[in-house]
Design a protein around this ligand. Structure first.
Ligand SMILES: C[S@@+](CC[C@H](N)C(=O)[O-])C[C@H]1O[C@@H](n2cnc3c(N)ncnc32)[C@H](O)[C@@H]1O
Length: 313
């Protein structure tokens, strides 16, 4: 398998591979995001509503073509470079959500807040620092087992950001677990018994996509769960909006964005990954969208449950 020899942009010259595009304009470009994304008019003209990025973690993982073991300083420069590119692509109402492990979460937060010597293309505002929690972290006994990734949710303008809480509700613990009737007469504008999810994300269908998981795609061991992208895309973009993912991978963002009526734009360094992601985007999601919306994430045994109306989105 050929690999890149340095951390400098693009082993393959820009334009070697034709873009993969469907009749609706959903597009995956093949190549280094830093080179191929600036060719898109939506990126040049800051027309992107939502960026979701799940970059290589620099853990020496097998990403087909991408060499995932840069010197630390090069990796940080790479990180700030793609973040700047994505920040410039956003509309003033836009948001950026980054999936990143412990190693680099603090650096990204400091960068986006403008707290480092190098300043970001746009100073961004943190909306939430969420955690994606999963139960099957790799076993180890020299330190606590890792069971999370950070979900950094930033926006350009906190007063104008796109935010659709009613698209991502879940049953409250008061309703499912404690029989607390106060949840039936909510004063926050949400339907009875429902709440905006908490900032730690877990529950049915939220596990890592490993082994014989129904969602798993061949040749990918770093897929995110579809419910994760469904939450991100629904809450931070509207139908008809443009969603950009610089690191398309197996195409989780692509399949969810397209099937929620958004326009997907992505880049992927590996041509084989990009082709599989494109096909997955056309094939559609594993489960019907909205599957997790009425599923409780409570971890406490039910003491007394209330009957609450199921909601439709
Ligand atoms: C962590 S995976 C993304 C997984 C994806 N979120 C999913 O659910 O399938 C990172 C992907 O980014 C790709 N990649 C790495 N560096 C890249 C770059 N500079 N430009 C574009 N794609 C890159 C890798 O080939 C890999 O497929």
């Amino acid at each position: 398998m050929p690999t890149r020899k340095s951390s400098k942009p693009a082993a393959k010259p820009n334009g070697t591979h034709a873009p993969l595009t469907d009749s609706l304009g959903n597009t995956i470009l093949i190549g280094d995001c830093r080179l191929v994304l600036p060719t898109l008019p939506q990126v040049q003209q800051s027309q992107v509503d939502l960026v979701f990025a799940d970059p290589p973690f620099n853990w020496n993982r097998d990403y087909d073509q991408w060499k995932d073991d840069m010197p630390r300083e090069d990796y940080l420069t790479f990180t700030y470079d793609w973040i700047d590119l994505c920040a410039r692509a956003l509309k003033p109402t836009g948001s950026m959500v980054i999936n990143i492990p412990d190693d680099t979460a603090a650096e990204i937060v400091c960068y986006l807040k403008g707290a480092l010597a190098r300043k970001p293309a746009h100073q961004m505002h943190m909306v939430n620092w969420c955690i994606w929690h999963y139960r099957f972290g790799q076993n180890r006994n020299g330190s606590f087992i890792n069971s999370k990734v950070h979900v950094l949710y930033f926006c350009r303008d906190p007063l104008r950001r796109t935010w659709n809480p009613t698209q991502v509700l879940e049953p409250s613990d008061r309703a499912t677990t404690y029989g607390d009737k106060r949840t039936l007469s909510k004063r926050d504008g949400m339907p009875p018994g429902m709440r905006v999810p908490m900032d730690v994300w877990y529950g049915p269908f939220w596990g890592r996509i490993q082994g014989n998981n129904k969602e798993r795609k061949a040749e990918h061991d770093n897929q995110l769960p579809e419910v994760y992208l469904e939450r991100v895309v629904r809450c931070a973009s509207n139908p008809g909006d443009t969603v950009l993912d610089p690191f398309t991978g197996s195409g989780t963002t692509a399949v969810i964005a397209r099937n929620l009526g958004r326009t997907f734009l992505g880049s992927e360094f590996s041509a084989d990954n990009a082709r599989r992601a494109f096909q997955r985007m056309l094939d559609g999601p594993t489960r019907p969208l909205g599957t997790s919306i009425n599923a409780s994430s409570s971890i406490v045994k039910t003491r007394k449950a209330l009957v609450i109306p199921k909601i439709k989105i």
